[in-house]
Design a protein around this ligand. Structure first.
Ligand SMILES: Cc1ncc(COP(=O)(O)O)c(C=O)c1O
Length: 485
């Protein structure tokens, strides 16, 4: 039976289904998520294979779509909202964040111009300013929202390219024999999005220079200075340095203050990628991690990583909004408005035209948690991670492989009598797969100087001591099982 397409009936269905779905969402967020394996167990092709090859010819009942969501889609979901999700950087779509997201979908505005939704632009600027104050960043930082840190860093490096006065906006890069090779520097621990930005912006992967790290996985500033000098001597043009606050593998914090001084001496743009750890600076005792960031030309952190805002929301700040506009603003006749110049049109600061109402979910979260609520959860996560780190330190056959300044712990198992590094790596990969097969805890891995390391990343609102206890138990059981093989 098809859907009745008269407006009233359609909306009655919507109301009924929405109530049912909100009930489901509340149960899910309240703990129902624990009934699902955190890491999806479907085989490749299982979801697509269960779906029809073409779209339905006739309208289908919402009820049927809901049923298929339960039967086909849910088994193929890896539950990032599961308290046992400790892989990568764990995140939370909090209830208030979901409400903001729902409203944003219902309003369905496009905030490309101020006048196409004044509230979207103004709320976005206000919440970004609230966050700026919370992080103790300078007043002159102008902030706006992007989808992801990858895009924020891409835009920042495009602005750095514009600031270098190479006339790339008009003339491009291709076929320019007047330009030397361009260089961007970041530590070898920086996120791959920085190298990706370089290849997207025409610097090429050769334009990305990875700087070695020190024993604590922080960028080695002497090596950075030497690399810049070497490149200048070789006729290259250094453009920008990207410092990371909270690297992806170990959450190490580059010495931003020193790097910023070097950037000032060398006339280089400084971009700071604080995608994960920036949120910690909402707690005054973590202001240290943003030391030096006040001198950055651009700075990104992701409220969708550790501030309980549903993915996606990345906060990009710059002290040079006009440079971003020079890099990106291109206004065809149909987008001109009488208010141009008097208002902020957010389409001018990046590549995309259409902009959804992202500020709404951030606002919902900031208001309903309050600064003190956010701080309490950040502190709780850090405390849980520190307790886990202490446990690792106390277990004879476990080794901590990096400092743990925030809510991520890197470690590895050392099977007794094993000295071959490949065998130790392979053992740790097996141990991780064994833990992950439980469906209750999901860990990820990385490669550090010592070899493969496992990571426990705490960031979900629902994660509690009992989840860490379970994680420890699974590691112990995995170790016992693999050692007896
Ligand atoms: C330090 C850092 N920067 C950037 C990113 C990329 O984030 P996004 O998925 O928002 O592009 C990550 C991802 O974890 C990250 O750890």
């Amino acid at each position: 039976m098809g859907l009745n397409l008269t407006k009233r009936h359609d909306l009655e269905d919507f109301r009924e289904q929405a109530h049912q779905m909100v009930d489901w969402m509340a149960d899910y967020l309240e703990g129902g998520v624990r009934d699902h394996p955190v890491l999806s167990r479907v085989k490749p092709g299982a979801v697509s294979g269960a779906l029809p090859k073409s779209m339905p010819e006739s309208p289908e009942e919402l009820e049927r779509v809901w049923q298929d969501f339960q039967d086909i889609i849910l088994p193929g979901v890896t539950h990032w909202n599961h308290p046992g999700f400790m892989a990568y950087f764990s995140i939370t779509a909090s209830g208030p964040g979901v409400l903001g997201e729902m409203l944003s979908a219902a309003l369905n505005v496009n905030g490309m111009l101020w006048r196409t939704c004044p509230a979207a632009t103004e709320l976005e600027l206000v919440v970004l300013d609230w966050l700026r104050r919370g992080l103790n960043l300078p007043q002159e930082f102008f902030g706006f929202l992007c989808d992801t840190a990858s895009i924020s860093s891409l835009l920042a490096l495009a602005a750095a390219r514009e600031a270098a006065g190479l006339d790339v906006r008009e003339r491009g890069l291709a076929g320019r024999d007047d330009l030397p090779p361009l260089r961007v520097y970041a530590s070898d621990q920086a996120h791959s999005s920085i190298a990706k930005a370089c290849l997207t912006l025409g610097f090429g992967l050769q334009g990305f220079r990875a700087i070695p790290h020190d024993k604590d996985y922080r960028m080695d500033v002497c090596a950075l200075r030497a690399a810049i000098n070497e490149d200048r001597k070789a006729g290259c043009r250094p453009l920008a340095v990207v410092a990371t606050v909270g690297t992806t593998s170990t959450t190490s914090v580059d010495p931003v203050a020193e790097i910023s001084a070097l950037c000032a001496d060398e006339g280089l743009w400084l971009h700071v990628d604080a995608a994960y750890a920036g949120s910690a600076a909402l707690c005054p005792e973590y202001h240290w991690c943003l030391e030096g960031c006040e001198n950055a030309d651009s700075f990104v952190f992701n409220p969708h990583k550790w501030l309980f805002v549903p993915i996606d929301a990345s906060a990009l700040y710059t002290r040079h909004p006009d440079t971003f506009k020079r890099a990106f603003s291109l206004v065809p006749e149909y987008l001109t408005t009488p208010m141009a110049g008097q208002v902020v049109d957010l389409m001018d600061y990046g590549v995309q035209l259409g902009r959804r109402f992202r500020g709404l979910k951030v606002w919902w979260v900031l208001r309903t948690f309050g600064l003190s609520g956010l701080q309490a959860h950040l502190r709780r996560h850090i405390a849980l991670a520190q307790e886990f780190a202490t446990w690792v330190d106390d277990v004879e056959w476990l080794e901590r492989t990096a400092p743990a300044p925030f809510s991520v712990v890197c470690f590895r198992a050392l099977p007794s009598g094993e000295t071959d590094s490949e065998a130790i790596d392979s053992f740790n990969m097996k141990l991780m797969e064994q833990v992950n097969a439980s469906g209750e805890i999901f860990l990820s891995h990385t490669r550090l100087d010592s070899g493969i390391s496992l990571r426990v990343a705490i960031g979900n609102l629902g994660t509690e001591e009992q989840d860490l206890d379970l994680c420890k138990k699974l590691i112990m059981e995995g170790m016992a099982c693999l050692s007896n093989l």
